[in-house]
Design a protein around this ligand. Structure first.
Ligand SMILES: Nc1ncnc2c1ncn2[C@@H]1O[C@H](COP(=O)(O)OP(=O)(O)OP(=O)(O)O)[C@@H](O)[C@H]1O
Ligand SMILES: [Mg+2]
Length: 289
């Protein structure tokens, strides 16, 4: 049973709300970039709760920006079309067909689903692809990965204008280069770059695991707090693999470029965002510069 599911008495509920006040004050007007992992969004009720949390954050004056992934969903459609997903160091090898599939799934489906779930609560979310208004200028990452892009520049102005209108940008991580060629960009990489460009107060990765684990096979080995330099060492030592590699790399980069703090949180825990932002509960892994 998670904390969020525990039944509270009325006085306990009141004290939880009272506990939230200093946090609400601290984060008013602050930009929080939330990377919503494809693995964390597969459960329908969790997806609804995620949308509620984002709406609540916005309602108390925070400026959330959602950047979403979609690894498993892209993999599913690829399999249905008879293509075999292939990864190198956590990045999807992307030929022209795979790019098409990734774009359809990310922009056409997942982005729409998140926008709709948020907008059940009011006219708040605006979905964007990185191709919109040159939001994400991309460059090819390496020839062996095909159409996998890296972020060359972020047009933060468009996001700032949306935030100034009290809207919630929801970003699909397809970018384009100067010739109009599209690229599939790892969502963690985009989240880090967007957080940097906005000078975000917090960068949060919602994923499908307890947090950063010292030993990936042992869920009890969660690291509750770590410095950016030590993350780098974990990558070099081979303590992390697969999707955790781009996550940590983007996190280190963002913290070295002005983002104040990052969190790797378990997106399978209901209301994990509220637990992190509005209670004294220490969840997931906190990373500081
Ligand atoms: N040391 C580690 N601690 C925690 N997770 C690790 C570690 N090493 C590797 N991993 C893997 O990284 C995975 C998380 O990254 P993954 O890319 O799969 O998910 P995501 O980024 O949340 O989703 P998406 O890629 O769809 O946006 C974990 O499920 C785990 O298997
Ligand atoms: Mg990933």
């Amino acid at each position: 049973v998670t904390t969020a599911e525990t039944i509270l008495s009325a006085p306990e509920k009141a004290s939880v709300l009272a506990e939230a006040l200093p946090y609400i004050r601290r984060f008013a007007g602050k930009v929080v970039v939330v990377k919503y992992g494809g693995n964390a969004m597969e459960d329908e009720s969790l997806a609804r709760i995620f949308a509620e949390d984002i709406v609540l954050m916005r309602a108390v004056g925070m400026c959330p920006v959602v950047v979403h992934g979609g690894g498993p969903q892209i993999g599913d459609l690829m399999s249905r079309l008879g293509k075999k997903p292939e990864f190198r160091r956590g990045l999807r090898v992307t030929d022209a067909d795979t790019l098409d599939i990734a774009r359809m799934v990310l922009v056409g489906r997942i982005n729409r689903d998140i926008v709709s779930a948020i907008n059940v609560h009011g006219p708040l979310a605006v979905g964007l692809s990185g191709e919109d208004a040159q939001l994400i200028s991309a460059v090819a990452r390496s020839p062996e990965l095909g159409f996998v892009g890296d972020v060359d520049a972020v047009n933060a102005g468009i996001l700032e204008r949306l935030l100034a209108q009290d809207l919630v940008p929801v970003l699909a991580t397809i970018g384009a280069d100067t010739t109009g060629q599209s690229y599939n960009i790892n969502a963690d990489t985009v989240a880090g770059a967007v957080a940097e460009a906005l000078g975000a107060e917090r960068l949060v990765y919602l994923t499908n695991i307890e947090g950063l684990l010292a030993d990936v096979r042992d869920p009890a080995s969660r690291i509750s707090a770590i410095a950016a330099a030590d993350l780098e060492a974990m990558v070099t030592d081979g303590a992390v693999s697969e999707g955790m590699i781009p996550k940590l790399a983007s996190c280190v980069h963002a913290l070295r470029n002005g983002v104040r703090r990052a969190h790797i949180l378990d997106g399978r825990v209901p209301h994990v965002l509220l637990l992190e932002f509005f209670t004294d509960e220490g969840v997931g892994t906190m990373v500081e510069p």
